[in-house]
Design a protein around this ligand. Structure first.
Ligand code: P6P
Length: 335
């Protein structure tokens, strides 16, 4: 149920009963993410002013230079979720392994695990381009009250109970789904309150924007190359427009509003693609499908992939239904 100028807090409470596991825990979990997002937003917005930009001097499991804001965002989300004892486990792009959180209340054991990319697109921080946080929430599969196991995190995306992202752009938005549509909330920085600004977000069936790093073109599979050429041909509603920010959350968010397709294919230089299945592709795919879009890894639906590793990468194609289906026609020609 949505109404004009509803705050995120009001929305969570008023829609809690529609959530099949309405124990209130998920509401507290979304509220914790809301709080952490506001803290991270404050730091992101002043990145140019104080010493939080630039490399932190470490590298993460991906071998990527950790930006200070990466480290800050990772610490804030983990700290907020841990202190409020809402989840029993957390996995993060910035952490080699998952974190087990034991409840201090014997009588109340938590049942949700969160997987998070605390600051995606962080290489854009120093050049003042928007970045984002992506999160994915599951119910644990091992017995409640025991320490979480890796299998609690290696669940297919079709088991997610909630997923969302925060985009720190010209305005800061939190967009999420619990399986009952997608809603976007914009932060009023003066009040520190998120307001419902984009109720029931839906991908346009068709679109005219394609987002891919064309610098990798020569390394792509033939089907992807042919689709990109199709986008560029002078025919019908084409050529399409190429828009690529290099920040998944920003490219996805724009395409969901305007209509478009985002592609990060595998290639001869990225044999499995670049994006991580568990805390980038699955949450974005959940939102895409809830918004009448599609998300595939090639032949297969992203959310049907059975994960084997916490940080595994997959090829990723996601966006307006008609555009993804047209891409599939080209992929099926060859593979
Ligand atoms: P490339 C950011 O590092 C990221 O994970 C996504 O946010 C983004 O879409 C992609 O990688 C950009 O990768 O190789 O095109 O720079």
């Amino acid at each position: 149920m949505t109404r004009k100028n509803q705050t995120l807090g009001e929305f969570i409470i008023e829609n809690q009963s529609s959530f099949q596991y309405s124990s209130g825990e998920l509401s507290k979990l979304i509220n914790a993410i809301r709080l952490a997002a506001k803290v991270v937003n404050h730091e992101v917005n002043k990145a140019g002013l104080v010493d939080v930009i630039g490399a932190a001097g470490d590298t993460n499991i991906q071998g990527e230079d950790q930006q200070k804001l990466d480290v800050f965002a990772n610490e804030k989300f983990i700290q907020t979720l841990t202190n409020r004892e809402i989840v029993c486990g957390i996995a993060s792009e910035e952490e080699d392994s998952f974190i087990s959180i034991n409840s201090s209340d014997e009588k109340h054991q938590n049942k949700y695990v969160v997987l998070i990319d605390p600051l995606d697109g962080s290489s854009n921080i120093d050049v003042n381009v928007s970045v984002g946080t992506i999160f994915s929430i599951y119910r644990r599969v091992t017995p409640v009250g025991t320490p979480v196991q890796l299998e609690d995190f290696l669940q297919p995306g079709n088991q997610q109970v909630a997923a969302g992202y925060v985009v720190y752009g010209t305005s800061t938005m939190l967009v999420y789904t619990t399986g009952d549509g997608v809603n976007g909330f914009t932060l009023n920085p003066a009040l520190g309150t998120f307001y419902l600004s984009h109720p029931n977000m839906q991908f346009p069936e068709d679109g005219k924007i394609y987002s891919v790093n064309e610098g990798n073109y020569i390394h792509f599979l033939q089907g992807v190359k042919d689709y990109i050429k199709y986008c560029q041909e002078e025919e019908g509603d084409r050529p399409y427009t190429s828009r690529y920010i290099g920040s998944l959350v920003s490219d996805f968010h724009r395409n969901m509003i305007k209509g478009g397709i985002y592609m990060y294919p595998k290639s001869s230089v990225a044999q499995s693609g670049k994006l991580r299945l568990l805390y980038e592709c699955n949450p974005i795919a959940f939102i895409a499908e809830q918004a009448n879009g599609l998300a595939i890894g090639g032949k297969n639906r992203i959310m049907d992939i059975m994960p084997t590793e916490l940080h595994q990468r997959v090829p990723f194609f996601c966006g307006s239904r008609n555009m993804v289906e047209k891409l599939q026609e080209f992929l099926n020609k060859y593979h």
